[in-house]
Design a protein. Structure first.
Length: 621
């Protein structure tokens, strides 16, 4: 499928190839709702038929826009009391001065009050007791820290409740013109119910944390911050049930508890009471913007269309199949070709790849002007072992030789794909790829995962080394060049150079993975042992996320004319902020910082949506 959009004036048209309010809770815990009459009664239309096709539904869940945002109402109105939560917006501890050089005045804003937790039903209480006995005495998760919620959900990985649009002051510098009126959105897992058993970092309902920057000439005007769950079918089902219903992919198959839950789900599927094809997705990995719509992405379900309202709210429209053209889950990392010549209004036929002998973990891919590039890694799916043994869906195959597949972008069948053995090359993410030597050579740049056996289980033991792989299509020769010895991942480039030869890449510094302690800029033309040309470390116990590059076409035509943006959390103070860094400066200088009204948990991938893209958004259907 190829859809047109023009986020940056000098990039031209773009195309994309998709392959393939609930209970408010505080930071310390999550409210549970009791199951009403044993069935969900208020699921939106996009989930009712798929999840419970044989059950009538009495009412529809109201839209977020059906009433004013809670923080805009008077504290004397119905629904608010002196016990309502008050959040204080504070300037960052590292930047105590406002842009005018005066101490920033704290701004008190009102949040939605915590809803009273209903008395749990006898069945729910019995179920929780049964889970506790299994988890504490029969099948404890402590022997695997990677699925032990006491470790996985500790510190700033702990979930937070939803937050309506809330003013957030600029406490340092000024917002650049290229960013004004735009919005930074980051996705990540945020379980609405505390897990009763094991829990992996990849599990948890998707929550979008959105910072909408003020438009106009005032470069110090407050921004608007909002956190909302992606209202997936799964999220709504479990919100109504008041508990976790479906097993998680990465941890829900573990042990006795997982076995019991799997059996319960199988029984509901067999009896026609549940359709797993519409229920299992979490939409918690990444985001994409194309065709005038924002999408929350996961790999186990269709994408979910999202609308950003003028007030800064985040609204889920629903599951999106692009007019019936997408029938299965798609990648969480779709690619948008910046070339105007690639624009098309039609969907290309699917090309099944039968030459992949064993299903592997294919999380990302790359494109050039002519080719799509796939990495067949040593991380493989182990379905039988998942059911009978470890409960983990992926493992490593030390006997397998990693391969890179190069497929013409307009191929009619998988007979056109060529595979090249690249021993020891296991990239989970890619950075960029292009053609060289008149099209006879394909170049791929990606972080290679070392200590592969820990890639999805003990990520703190993983080291990623960025490499440049050159593949000669005439001779089949493959060469590899390390670009940096640092532990780098979450790499991005100027999006206008996607699929074209480029010079600069920006990556998060793992300290350890998946914590991001800083950002480094690589000059891929630079000769020498290490291609790092600029860096910024955030400081002790200060961690950010994936850096996102925002082009600044009004400031120059160089590849690195632009800014890097990310959320930053200070574990010393418990505060979070939004950072803007100058991508051209030798130390990636911070040019602006916005203080956020509450902490933002660590997450995965984000996206910056320009003011022009926000104006071009298609309205709610």
């Amino acid at each position: 499928m190829s859809i047109n959009s023009q986020p940056y004036p000098h990039c031209g048209s773009q195309s994309v190839s998709p392959l393939g309010k609930g209970a408010t809770s505080c930071d310390q815990g999550i409210s549970e709702r009791s199951h009403r009459n044993g069935r969900p009664a208020n699921l939106p239309l996009h989930c009712r038929h798929h999840l419970f096709p044989q059950r009538p539904v009495r009412r529809q869940y109201p839209s977020y826009e059906s009433s004013p945002a809670p923080h805009l109402r008077s504290s004397q109105q119905e629904g608010f009391s002196p016990e309502s939560i008050a959040t204080t917006v504070r300037p960052s501890s590292s930047s105590p001065l406002s842009p005018q050089g005066k101490e920033a005045t704290p701004t008190d804003v009102l949040r939605r009050p915590i809803e009273e937790t209903p008395k749990p039903s006898f069945l729910n209480s019995l179920r929780k007791t049964f889970n506790a006995i299994i988890n504490n005495f029969i099948d404890p998760a402590a022997h695997r820290p990677s699925v032990n919620p006491r470790y996985v959900l500790a510190h700033n990985w702990a979930p937070v409740g939803e937050l309506p649009p809330t003013p957030s002051p600029v406490v340092r510098g000024r917002i650049p013109l290229a960013l004004r009126g735009g919005a930074y959105v980051r996705n990540g897992p945020n379980p609405q119910h505390l897990p009763g058993g094991t829990h992996h970092i990849f599990d948890g309902d998707g929550m979008l944390h959105c910072l909408h920057l003020s438009a106009g000439s005032d470069d110090t005007a407050p921004a608007t911050f909002c956190s909302r769950y992606v209202q997936t079918c799964r999220y709504l089902l479990e919100r109504e049930a008041g508990r976790n219903v479906l097993p998680n992919i990465f941890s829900g198959m573990n042990g006795v508890n997982g076995l019991v839950r799997r059996a319960a789900v199988v029984a509901r599927v067999i009896t026609g009471k549940m359709d797993l094809s519409a229920a299992i997705g979490l939409a918690n990995i990444a985001l994409g913007y194309f065709g005038g719509r924002l999408f929350a992405l996961g790999e186990a379900d269709l994408p979910y269309a999202i609308h950003l309202s003028p007030s800064g709210d985040v609204i889920t429209i629903g599951r999106w199949d692009f007019g019936g053209k997408l029938s299965m889950g798609m990648t969480a990392h779709p690619k948008k070709d910046p070339s105007p010549a690639r624009f098309s209004h039609s969907k290309q036929p699917d090309v099944p790849i039968f030459s992949v002998r064993h299903p592997s973990y294919l999380h990302d891919f790359a494109i050039t002007e002519k080719y799509a590039i796939f990495c067949d890694m040593q991380i493989v799916m182990e379905t039988l072992q998942m059911v009978l043994g470890s409960g983990f869906p992926f493992g490593t195959d030390a006997r397998k030789v990693p391969r890179v597949g190069i497929l013409p972008r307009y191929a009619a069948s998988d007979s056109d794909i060529r595979w090249f053995d690249v021993p020891g090359f296991n990239p989970v993410h890619t950075i960029n790829a292009w053609e060289d030597d008149g099209g006879d050579t394909v170049v791929l740049v990606a972080p290679n995962v070392l200590s592969l056996e820990h890639a999805l289980d003990r990520m703190e033991l993983v080291h990623c080394c960025v490499e440049m792989v050159r593949i000669d299509l005439r001779t089949g020769a493959v060469s590899r060049t390390p670009l940096s010895a640092g532990n780098l991942d979450f790499g991005v480039i100027n999006p206008c150079y996607l699929g074209r030869r480029n010079r600069y890449a920006y990556l998060g510094v793992g300290s350890p993975q998946p914590m991001v302690a800083g950002v480094m800029k690589l000059d891929m033309v630079k000769k020498g042992v290490d291609c790092v040309t600029a860096s910024r470390m955030y400081g002790p116990r200060r961690f950010g996320g994936e850096p996102i590059f925002v082009p600044a076409p009004d400031e120059g035509e160089e590849e690195d004319d632009g800014y890097l943006v990310t959320y930053l959390h200070d574990e010393n103070t418990g505060e979070s902020s939004f950072l803007v860094m100058d991508a051209r400066s030798p130390d990636l200088q911070v040019v602006a910082e916005v203080s956020l009204p509450r902490r933002v948990p660590y997450g995965f991938h984000g996206l910056f949506i320009t003011a022009a893209e926000l104006r071009a958004q298609k309205g709610k259907p």
